[in-house]
Structures are given as C-alpha cells and as structure tokens.
Design a protein around this ligand. Structure first.
Ligand SMILES: [Mg+2]
Length: 296
C-alpha cells in the first residue's frame, strides 16, 4: 500500500514573470503527486502570499510550494517563520536567484517540482528588515535606486533584458550620495551597504565569498565608491569574484546593520524596493525555516 500523501499548498503569483499558468500548474501538481496532496491558491495582491502561507502553516500543511519570483518567495518565507511547515521553491519570476542558488532549473518549474518531489528539508536562515522577511539581502544605495526605477511593465514585457536596459539608463543618473549606517553599533559613512543572508546576488554572483545560508551568521558589505567608474569596477569585480579586494569595499560578519535616520537612501530587499521609515535595522530572524533542498 502506498504511504499517505502529505497535505501541501501551491501558492503562486499570477502576475510574476511571463508564462501560461494552467498547463504548468497541472504539471507541477502531477510532479509532486506521489508525495503531496496539493491545494492551489493564487495570490490576490502584494503581501497576500504571507497571509496565505501563514494560514497553510496554521492548518497544518506539511509543505508550501511557492511558484513565483524572489519577491513571492520571501513573502511566503515570512508566513512560514516559526512553523515547521516546509518551503518548496518553484521558479516563476524574472530572475529566480533563490531557485538558482538551490540548483533548480531557472525557467522550468515542472522539472523543479520533479526534483523537489524527491528532496528533503533542511534549516535555512531568514533575514529581517524591520519586521519584513527576506532570504537574500537587504541593501541601500544604487541597486535600491535601480529597483525603484525599473518599471514592472518593462520586467513583464522584456524580462531580464528590459531590466538591464532600464537599469543602465538609471545608473548614469544616480549620484552616489553618502549616508550613515551602524554595524553592530559602529557608525560608518558609506555610499552603499548590504546586510547579507544568502551570498547569491542577481544570479550566480556572490556578495560574500564563502558565506553560507545555514550557519546562523550574516555579513555586512559596506561600499564607499563615489563615481560611476568605481560603480562599474564594483560590478565588474562582482562578476569576476574579486570585488572584495577593492579599496571601496569592506565585508565583515555582522549581527545587525541599521540604516540610520536622516539618510537619503534607496533600500531594497530581495529585488523589491523597500519603502518603510528610517531608522531600520536588519538582522537574522530568531528561527530558521525548513527548505526543500534538491539532491545535486
Ligand atoms: Mg550565513
């Protein structure tokens, strides 16, 4: 007799990325059906995925599969914090950095679901900016500005190419204004700062060489470049895995990073602009979440 199937939810953002939903959802459900009995729920708007995930955890679902971009994923992670419900990551956005970091195919959610059907959960750290969860990084500076400038239509219509085209235009308009942060109580004047949980950034790039996602430790990356040329050197260095050697970059292990009041700074977390009040502190959440890790 086959083992009883576990109850699970599939939460998806009907507006993320570019795709045909119906067929893919049936494919995902079929791929997971050996182990999970799936209930499907589309998100109704921003932050709704957090509520849906929290309800799923409350009614005792063994797992929540999140099909969407990195933004949908971190909303789901926030809803699962403090519960034993497992997160399954299915790529469905434009960049899908978390899916890539897990070794899942970036553009094939059904194949990802097949891999997750066999996967076991492991504890992973979650970052907080104020009370909002993120999985990768919360940053302030030019990337926060770019993520505000890139319009949702461009992302939906032209994908990564649209983001790059609009991002390049906005980059040269940006002035690298200094702002103030505190890292574990020590003040720094910077032009960019990141609180790093996962090291993967914008694809396969690594913000903090050697950092791990499961070790209850986070890092601060501080940037002090003032010119566009230095900005390009940082981008090139990141591409080559050498940015940490630049004079404009300092990386240290950190418990807390606070963006201080009075700063004019553009913030983003996991690829979405963050619009709250300053000061705001970033740290790791007290609890880890359980994430399905595919065998690679
Ligand atoms: Mg870590």
């Amino acid at each position: 007799m086959p083992a009883a199937r576990l109850s699970a939810s599939l939460i998806y953002n009907p507006n993320a990325g570019r795709r045909r939903h119906g067929e893919t959802i049936e494919g995902i459900k079929a791929a997971l059906s050996g182990r999970y009995e799936i209930t499907t729920t589309p998100t109704a708007g921003p932050k709704n995925a957090t509520e849906l995930a929290r309800s799923a955890a409350r009614r005792g679902d063994a797992a929540v599969f999140a099909w969407g971009g990195d933004g949908t994923l971190c909303e789901v992670a926030e809803g699962l914090l403090g519960s034993p419900t497992i997160l399954g990551v299915l790529p469905g956005g434009t960049f899908n950095v978390v899916a890539l970091a897990l070794g899942l195919p970036r553009t094939r959610p059904v194949e990802a679901a097949r891999m997750l059907a066999e996967a076991s959960p492991e504890g992973r750290d979650v970052g907080l900016i104020g009370t909002s969860a993120f999985l990768m990084q919360a940053t302030g500076g030019v990337d926060g500005y770019l993520m505000r400038q890139v319009k949702a239509e461009m992302k939906a219509k032209f994908g990564i190419a649209g983001v790059l085209a609009e991002g390049a235009r906005s980059f040269f308009k940006y002035r690298f204004h200094p702002f103030e942060v505190a890292v574990d109580g020590v003040r720094h004047t910077v032009t960019g700062a990141a609180f790093v949980n996962m090291t993967e950034y914008a694809g396969h790039y690594r913000f903090v060489p050697g950092a791990r996602w499961d070790d209850r430790r986070a890092h601060a990356l501080l940037y002090t470049g003032r010119s566009h040329l230095q900005g390009l050197q940082f981008a090139l260095g990141l591409g080559l895995g050498r940015h940490h050697r630049l004079r404009t970059v300092a990386i240290k292990e950190a418990t807390e990073l606070t963006f201080l009041a009075g700063s004019e700074v553009f913030l983003q977390a996991d690829g979405d602009p963050w619009h709250g009040e300053l000061p705001v502190t970033c740290r790791l959440a007290a609890d880890q979440i359980q994430v399905l890790i595919p065998r690679t």
